[in-house]
Design a binder for this molecule. Structure first.
Ligand code: HEM
Length: 136
């Protein structure tokens, strides 16, 4: 079980690197207008999204393995899983925003993306405290 939990935490960290960095690329993308920079950002966003998606699947999959394979229970796990489903939605929405940028359809400002970028930070704090403290 401890090997699964170690892998769970490793892939959570790797997934969050993408959840933190992709919206930051969007902040920069919404501020630039020279063609060379825009093309480079499109390529970086595409490669990062393609890299972070399997990491997210592994992080969540290993969490479900811990939950269902080792009989964990409690309100903390339901609250945590609900928040993580929100994170999965955030990840998929980043995919939609990436495709909007690739097609030149983005209408949102860099300020909007700076606020959007903070969402995973808040969720990370709550989920880690739920997982470690198990308050209910
Ligand atoms: C559906 C997704 C997930 C499920 C079902 C899940 C489930 C679990 C379970 C059952 C444990 C073992 C708890 C223990 O050993 O005390 C665990 C540990 C942990 N999970 Fe998740 N997890 C999920 C996603 C995440 C995410 C996204 C994060 C980070 C934001 C996270 C952070 C942690 C941490 C830090 C631990 C270690 C807790 C400890 O050792 O006390 N998990 N998870």
């Amino acid at each position: 079980m401890l090997v699964i939990k170690s892998l769970h935490i490793i892939f959570v960290i790797a997934w969050f690197a993408g959840l933190f960095y992709l919206p930051r690329l969007f902040v920069n993308h919404a501020m630039v207008d020279d063609a060379a920079t825009i093309e480079r950002l499109k390529m970086m966003e595409y490669k990062l999204y393609r890299f972070m998606t399997p990491l997210g699947i592994l992080a969540v999959g290993l969490g479900l393995w811990l939950w269902l394979g080792y009989g964990f229970a409690g309100g903390w796990l339901h609250a945590k899983t609900t928040l993580v489903l929100g994170l999965v939605g955030y990840h998929l929405y980043c995919g939609k925003l990436m495709r909007d940028f690739a097609a030149g359809r983005n209408t949102r400002s860099h300020v909007w993306f700076r606020v959007f970028n903070e969402v995973p930070v808040l969720v990370l704090f709550v989920v880690v405290f739920l997982a470690v403290l198990k308050p209910f």
